[in-house]
Write a protein that binds this ligand. Structure first.
Ligand SMILES: [Zn+2]
Length: 61
């Protein structure tokens, strides 16, 4: 999936949590079903966390 500049962060799940990546992917799916059809997961390497993001302007009006 192409990654995006300046995404809006919707969720942040610490990599220390159990099944963090699965949870992040699930949350992204929930957002895609809602107001953020382009929501997807990034990994924040310095923050050691998965983030669910939506590209700016990607939310449906
Ligand atoms: Zn992205």
């Amino acid at each position: 999936m192409p990654h995006c500049p300046n995404p809006v962060e919707l969720e942040r799940i610490s990599d220390a949590e159990r099944r963090a990546e699965s949870r992040a992917e699930w949350l992204a799916g929930e957002h895609r079903a809602g107001n953020h059809p382009t929501a997807h997961v990034h990994y924040d390497l310095p923050g050691q966390a998965f983030t669910v993001v939506a590209p700016k302007g990607g939310a449906s009006a």
